[in-house]
Design a protein around this ligand. Structure first.
Ligand SMILES: NC(=O)c1ccc[n+]([C@@H]2O[C@H](COP(=O)([O-])OP(=O)(O)OC[C@H]3O[C@@H](n4cnc5c(N)ncnc54)[C@H](O)[C@@H]3O)[C@@H](O)[C@H]2O)c1
Length: 395
């Protein structure tokens, strides 16, 4: 199958590399010839590096580079079986683009968007044949991150999600199926990792270094929330938070913080601007955490309970299957464990107890426990069946 990718920025270039390596002819289109040149050179460099490191043969790298056709002419998409866009995140621009694409491609060509924050239904609505439209959401950097969220819209024809899932799997990726709801799986379930960490900071429970220490050292997360937000950039992370909040009809659970908004407004974007929560100047001394284990456990317990609650609620609302929720958080954001398995390990009553104690204290909807969690505690259930622990006690 020949594939068309539109937009040769960070995501489009990465996705083009993935599908070219998987053996597809790829037309990579951008309105900017400069962006296209940069992307083509970048893909070639990255494939050669992979070959030098022995991750692929030099012949395979050369063949993948040869399968890549940069273009500024949409007529080249005429023979494509799939066209996926990764252009600017603006609904009207994406809708306009697909109207143009439909004028070129055949009736059975699959159309897809890599959007992070728009609904798939709203983009599909601009198409003459919305039943062939679907979301295929990669993570950055696309060649490295294994997770891909596959999102059928309300208009998508039956069976297409499964076909696309198989196709994505054939690219060596791990696809998960998710409903067309704000943030899909990862950008929805991960919100409290940032939001609750900032809340703890704002309340003065602990400083950034201590919260990051608790989450990495005690929780096993690869990066603490503040280091991670600085890495993602507050321009990106704040905007996602704001758009998920608005898209959820202002559910208080997803409320953004003034702390992050001010960093965003000040242009303190994080690593890329030299300053965010942390100061990245060469002469700056990184702050030291308070390694108080009791405080660390309190921080971890609160953030984790909020994350688990979000995952449970996504399950309760059939956003995705248990297995896909677990896979998404382990592979999309590298969490040390799936959140539902983690809940089982902690014990559901403990997680519910943490949430209920927060709710009792604050009386904010933010801390309301998912009805599913409460129901499961009442029925003494767990998310997964666990092998009975074989004790070594003597009869
Ligand atoms: N960056 C991420 O971490 C990330 C992750 C997942 C999904 N996304 C989504 O992927 C999409 C692209 O994001 P990005 O970070 O790669 O953006 P980017 O700004 O790096 O690249 C966008 C590219 O699209 C081109 N472009 C813009 N409008 C165009 C048009 N009408 N026709 C042709 N080309 C056009 C631009 O010239 C640019 O090269 C967005 O929808 C974004 O929400 C981004």
């Amino acid at each position: 199958m020949t594939i068309g990718i539109i937009g040769s920025g960070a995501m489009g270039a990465g996705i083009a590399q993935v599908v070219a390596v998987a053996g597809h002819e790829v037309f990579l289109l951008d309105q900017s010839a400069t962006a296209l040149e940069r992307a083509t050179a970048g893909i070639a460099t990255s494939l050669r590096k992979l070959a030098e490191k022995g991750k692929m043969t030099a012949d395979a790298a050369t063949a993948a580079i040869a399968r890549l056709r940069p273009t500024t002419n949409m007529q080249d998409f005429a023979g494509c079986g799939l066209v996926l866009e990764a252009i600017v995140e603006e609904l009207t621009v994406k809708q306009q683009l697909f109207r143009q694409v439909e004028g070129v491609v055949t009736a059975d060509c699959i159309l897809a968007s890599n959007t992070s924050s728009l609904s798939i239904a709203s983009i599909a609505a601009a198409c003459q044949r919305p039943e062939r439209f679907i979301g295929i959401h990669f993570f950055n950097p696309a060649p490295i991150m294994q997770l891909v969220e596959v999102i059928p819209a309300v208009q998508t024809r039956e069976g297409l999600a499964e076909e696309v899932r198989d196709l994505v799997q054939s690219w060596g990726k791990l696809p998960v199926l998710t409903k067309d709801t704000p943030g899909f799986i990862v950008n929805r379930v991960a919100r409290p990792f940032y939001g609750e960490a900032i809340r703890l900071l704002e309340e003065g429970v602990a400083d950034i270094a201590t919260i990051d220490w608790a989450m990495t050292e005690l929780g096993g997360f690869r990066m603490g929330p503040f280091a991670l937000m600085d890495f993602i950039g507050h321009d990106v992370n704040y905007r996602v938070t704001e758009s998920v909040f608005a898209a959820f009809f202002y559910d208080p659970r997803f409320k953004p913080s003034f702390t992050q908004k001010r960093l965003f407004e000040a242009g303190y974007y994080g690593r890329k601007s030299g300053r965010g929560f942390y100061n990245y100047a060469a002469e700056a001394t990184p702050p030291e955490p308070n390694r108080d284990e009791a405080l660390g456990r309190q921080i971890l317990g609160r953030i984790l309970a909020m994350l688990i609650n979000e995952a449970v609620d996504a399950l309760a609302l059939n956003v995705a299957s248990k297995e896909d929720l677990e896979l998404a958080m382990a592979k999309g954001v590298n969490y040390p464990k799936g959140l539902l398995a983690w809940a089982d390990e902690l014990g559901l009553p403990q997680v519910l107890g943490t949430l209920d104690a927060l709710y009792d204290e604050y009386h904010e909807d933010r801390y309301r426990a998912s009805a599913l969690l409460r129901r499961m505690v009442r029925a003494n259930q767990t998310f997964f069946t666990h092998e009975p622990v074989v004790g070594n006690h003597q009869p």
